[in-house]
Write a protein that binds this ligand. Sequence first.
Ligand SMILES: *[C@@H]1O[C@H](CO)[C@@H](O)[C@H](O)[C@H]1NC(C)=O
Ligand SMILES: *[C@@H]1O[C@H](CO)[C@@H](O)[C@H](O)[C@H]1NC(C)=O
Length: 250
Amino acid sequence: MYTNILFATVSLLAVGNCYPGLAGGTLDGHGYRKPGPGDRRSPCPMVNSLANHAFVARSGKNISVDEMVNAIDVALNLSPLSSRPVVETAATTSTTGYPNTFNLDDLKQHGVIEHDSSLSRNDVFFGDNHRFDEVIYATTAAGLSAGGPVVSIATAARVRRARNRAARAVNPQFEFTPREDTFSQFESALYLAVFGNGTQGDAPMRWVDIMFREERIPYNEGYRRPTRMISNDDILELASKVAAAAPIFT
Ligand SMILES: *[C@@H]1O[C@H](CO)[C@@H](O)[C@H](O)[C@H]1NC(C)=O
Ligand SMILES: *[C@@H]1O[C@H](CO)[C@@H](O)[C@H](O)[C@H]1NC(C)=O
């Protein structure tokens, strides 16, 4: 019994040490650094944040499915049950020549993970569908800020739909089916789950903004890896709340 308690305590401490920013706030090796020349990045700001903090290779090259799934767990405490299917789909865009690895910029392949009406990227029709787009994101940020210092589910949903309508209005090759709708719901659910309060939403706008704009995890502003795992059910619940609050297909 005593041995068990001792073992549990030691394991807990060991686990605590593995997760940067959880307890002491030290980032041991996971400090933020912008990508250098030659480093690859994806259309997804959360994924890029993981590379900018070295949870996956900072180069963004030849990243294995397991490495990415593990990074999402270690940095964000998001269940592998939720991340793995998405990462496996992402890996089908691979140009590395190795089974099961991909470069982050491979994810820009249109119609796999990447889709029209991204909150921070332009549509592929206009050329660059993977770099942060200041003009596109300005509208997103204005919409998110309009809700106040925390982003509610209702605000996230409104912003997602507004961006969708704006993209549809200007892109003659706009493509958005229920499949893309699902990915788009999940992306909103992801930032609400990671930065918000359980399945209630309410993510601090400042944290969300830093993730989009700098592709940085807002440790300096107080973010800590949550002690409770974000489950696949949490993500599904948030995604369906986002969809219900402002449906794109009605
Ligand atoms: C890419 O990753 C695979 C699988 O992890 C590994 O076998 C290979 O050596 C890596 N290639 C390069 C160029 O890093
Ligand atoms: C988180 O949500 C719960 C349940 O709705 C609520 O009771 C609590 O006050 C919220 N916490 C914060 C920090 O907003």
